[in-house]
Design a protein around this ligand. Structure first.
Ligand SMILES: [Zn+2]
Length: 136
């Protein structure tokens, strides 16, 4: 078999490309309560799936959950007892506000700062929308 035939054969055997239109699945927090603290186990993984600074996500969660937080040994530790469901609601809120593109729904976005304003720029479709610059 010559090269061209081999190539054709290879192509014909490739699976049909399907459009990846399925919605982005927001990752779930794994957390547990230890004494009077709550340990958010996969915090760093979730920040990296979101492609966001750990600091930014941490501030958001800490404020939204009204619980002081800090990263200890690659886990986020909250002071206070927080149910897993509550943390997940806030992860979802964060994703909707700061990560997912409002045009195409994809999570491949980055922050762009323009003067005092902060935008979410979508790497998939190029759309841009402004978000609050400060979490206070
Ligand atoms: Zn987009």
């Amino acid at each position: 078999m010559d090269y061209e035939k081999l190539l054709n054969k290879a192509f014909s055997e490739m699976p049909e490309r399907t459009e990846t239109s399925e919605r982005f699945e927001i990752p779930k927090a794994k957390s547990f309560i230890q004494g009077n603290k709550t340990i958010f186990d996969n915090f760093i993984q979730i920040a990296s799936i979101f492609r966001r600074e750990q600091e930014h996500l941490m501030k958001f969660l800490s404020r939204e959950l009204a619980a002081p937080a800090q990263v200890v040994e690659r886990k986020l530790v909250f002071v206070g007892k927080l149910g897993n469901e509550r943390i997940n609601q806030k992860i979802e809120a964060y994703a909707k506000e700061f990560v997912i593109c409002r045009e195409c729904g994809k999570p491949d976005t980055e922050f762009v700062k323009k003067q005092r304003f902060l935008f979410v720029h979508c790497l998939a479709c190029g759309a841009e929308h402004s978000v609050r610059a400060k979490i206070v």
